[in-house]
Design a protein around this ligand. Sequence first.
Ligand SMILES: Nc1ncnc2c1ncn2[C@@H]1O[C@H](COP(=O)(O)OP(=O)(O)OP(=O)(O)O)[C@@H](O)[C@H]1O
Ligand SMILES: [Mg+2]
Length: 473
Amino acid sequence: MIELSLADVAVATGGALVDGADPTATVTAGVEYDSRAVTAGGLFVALRGESDDGHRFATAAVGAGAVAAVAEERTGVPTVLVADTLVALGRIARAVVDRLPDTTVVGVTGSSGKTSTKDMIAALTARLGDTVAPVGTLNNELGHPYTVLQADRDTRYLVLECSARGIGHVAYLCEIAPPRIGVVLNVGSAHLGEFGSVEAIATAKGELVEALPADGTAVLNADDKRVRAMAQRTRARVVLFGTAPDADVRATDVALDGAGRPSFTLHAGGESVPVQLGLYGAHQVSNALATAAAALACGMPLAEVGSALGGLRPASPRRMDVFTRSDGVTVIDDSYNANLASMTAALRTLATIGAGRRTWAVLGYMAELGRFEQTQHEQVGRLAAELGVDRVVAVEPAAAGIDQGARARAADSGWEGQSVQVPDQQAAIALLADEVRPGDVVLVKGSRYRTWHVADALRETADSALGDREAPA
Ligand SMILES: Nc1ncnc2c1ncn2[C@@H]1O[C@H](COP(=O)(O)OP(=O)(O)OP(=O)(O)O)[C@@H](O)[C@H]1O
Ligand SMILES: [Mg+2]
């Protein structure tokens, strides 16, 4: 954390210092919105949540050593009084960024793969200099400034995940931490229900490159026409990544090994290096190319980019976490979240890893699809059958469309697999416990929480590559 006086905080937020808040008092420790996390010299921001109101904890926070509270009402302790504490948090974060001229902000957006790619980019920039990146998926108007506030004078790279649930959201995050490098991965159908159309999603994601300065770098996916078109929306230098022949950072000779790990030749600036990823799934090639483009823009030599990519391992839990239990059952835990693109990527990986073995796709509901819900669930079921998955298990009635899609495909094409819909995760766990045999490969995936218990039950007998779990939030 950069030191700020309460006078600085008042200027940044447009707030008033009341109830004994001393303008010369200095914030030397973290800015927190959970009073239990406050330490001596910190600053407490009182947020109103759905279930609780942070204003109730201002006294406790100051008792724990906070210099003051930032609040929307008087709390009886030294306070920076503002109209909106969430906005104030963003403005304080911006004040910190403005005091860090030597820090390069890298923003990552897209429908799928933001967290995975953010982790990959951060792992590479950490070789170049001190890097701050969010843990997990802190990517909204709360998590974003909170992450930015972790930066200090030693921070050289701030790698941020920018999510959008509507027009203007990414632009807002870019005001908090103006990016110099902006990476747009893809435009898919995540949150289609809220946006209404894929074009609106493209408009929203493109706000990232509109925010770049002329001497910045827009890293755009050449293989996604909506992302490629964003080149028109930026003043920055454009670097295209992908398999397209005109991509500046390009992969050729893409192949997957038997475990589903991609290898490829990476080309950039007239040079090439071989890359073997330790990550699972063909979609990681795209994420790796985006990472390479960002790292090259930060000045990393291509040979180092290639070897650093090869050293990456899954970093955030429940995303393509592949492990084999002592009984020979291979589990693909991709249960963190799901949309059509990531379901497709995961099913393809299942088909690759499961070649010659019996395969299971235990699939849960995909949330936030609005009127596209039924058709996209059916599409997932159809794809599972097309790829020859042996057993499809749709978890919960909400995912019934997956089962219907698989059955429809079976009727059309004589798919020999079986599809069932089970009432809940417990029923899926019971079915798997009875019927999974050594050698089987089991993919578990659904929107947040929808299949987490299933994945955990399969994990019970094995140690994952990844220890920590993300708690429901
Ligand atoms: N480039 C990609 N294309 C398709 N699917 C992907 C891609 N990258 C990752 N995925 C899959 O998408 C899911 C979510 O990955 P990740 O958490 O990295 O994405 P995200 O964009 O951060 O998601 P969220 O919007 O939930 O924050 C995982 O199942 C992952 O395997
Ligand atoms: Mg994420």
